[in-house]
Design a protein around this ligand. Structure first.
Ligand code: ATP
Ligand code: MG
Length: 343
């Protein structure tokens, strides 16, 4: 395959558990598809913690991401008893990846209770504020308190990101989802800021919805959603719900976007129950790599990989998590099939 143009440096972190298997699949498929990428492979996660580094991410890995500004990573494990915080939190804080985007769309061939619906949406979740600062204390011996921090800056950045995602993908509507009727100051801050930012994007329709109603509507009429933007905890819950609508963890891709870097990774974790057994579904990582290719402006290669993955999922063979009553295939065999379907 002829590669046109110069290769772009990208940091590759294989990660833990099934990470090396699924990231290797992505590397093979992107290479076969003619992606113009120069991989800079670095470690993070379990082995780094075990070697005594309490952040889980060595300096050379941080330096690499700081210079490439783009990474594809596998899931990372924080061994119990090591490190104050997870390696993922270290990366998120250092590179200020304030936005987590998770696209979800109906994939022909994957059986779910929603298979007959035409789902195609993106959840944009604020990823550094809200209740996730982990600031908790006991008010009295019987009463615990957790701080919910929401800044106007944070609301502005995540709102703008949602509209930019909509524009970049030719989408029509952005729906802001909050619990502003109860938490008027914190959740209300996103609602008010969103409405102000929306005026800068007259080409895109801005909608607003309460989160409980949104959960209900996502199940009743998932095809009516386009881009959702929401605070950290609402987003945590809704994005898992949305992944579930279209087929689960094995196929759910994601991106962590920030000022200093864009880090692409599957939604799933290390899956220790199937690690090293050639059983993992690499689709989530392959689709994360497709998002990365689009981020890099390599649209043709992205479309090629996207189509090959869709075709493979439709025709089979499929990995055990989504094979239904068909015999499952391994990670490698699935990857070979995707490469054969690059066309
Ligand atoms: P972590 O603590 O690392 O987030 P977790 O326990 O939250 O991990 P996962 O590691 O994502 O969850 O796994 C949950 C279940 O989904 C496991 O049974 C796992 O085998 C399965 N699973 C996750 N990812 C995949 C995949 N890519 N292919 C097949 N099965 C998967
Ligand atoms: Mg998990």
């Amino acid at each position: 395959h002829a590669s046109v143009g110069t290769a772009v440096p990208v940091t590759l972190i294989p990660g833990d558990g099934i990470g090396p298997e699924v990231t290797n699949a992505a590397k093979r498929v992107l290479e076969a598809a003619g992606a113009r990428i120069e991989w800079h492979e670095h470690i993070a996660g379990k082995q780094v913690f075990l070697a005594g580094n309490r952040t889980g991410v060595p300096q050379e890995t941080l330096d690499s991401i700081a210079s490439t500004r783009v990474a594809l990573k596998g899931p990372l494990e924080t061994p119990i008893g090591y490190g104050g915080k997870s390696a993922n939190v270290t990366l998120r804080k250092l590179f200020e990846t304030y936005g987590n985007t998770r696209p979800a769309r109906t994939i022909p061939g994957i059986a779910t209770p929603f298979s007959h619906r035409n789902i195609d949406m993106v959840v944009v979740r604020e990823n550094v504020e809200d209740l996730y600062a982990g600031i908790e204390h006991m008010q009295t011996p019987g009463v615990a308190q957790c701080l919910k921090l929401i800044s106007q800056k944070g609301c502005e950045k995540i709102s703008r990101l949602a509209f930019e995602v909509a524009r970049a993908e030719g989408r029509r509507t952005v729906t802001c989802v909050t619990k502003a009727n109860i938490m008027k100051l914190t959740e209300g801050m996103l609602k008010r800021t969103f409405e102000a930012v929306a005026t800068e994007y007259p080409d895109i329709e801005a909608q607003y919805m309460l989160v409980d109603n949104c959960a209900h509507q996502l199940v009743r009429s998932p095809e009516s959603f386009d881009v959702l933007v929401t605070t950290n905890m609402n987003g945590d819950i809704l994005s898992d719900l949305v992944s579930g609508l279209v087929g689960g963890l094995g196929i759910a891709p994601g991106a962590n976007l920030g000022k200093h870097a864009a880090i692409f990774e599957a939604v799933h974790g290390t899956a220790p129950d199937i690690a090293g057994q050639d059983k993992a579904n690499p689709t989530a990582t392959l689709l994360s790599a497709v998002m990365m290719l689009r981020h890099l402006g390599q649209f043709e290669v992205a479309d090629k990989v996207d189509k090959a993955v869709a075709l493979t999922l439709e025709k089979g063979p499929r990995t055990g998590d989504i094979s239904g009553d068909q015999p499952p295939c391994g990670t490698q065999a699935f990857t070979d099939a995707v490469i054969a379907n690059l066309g």
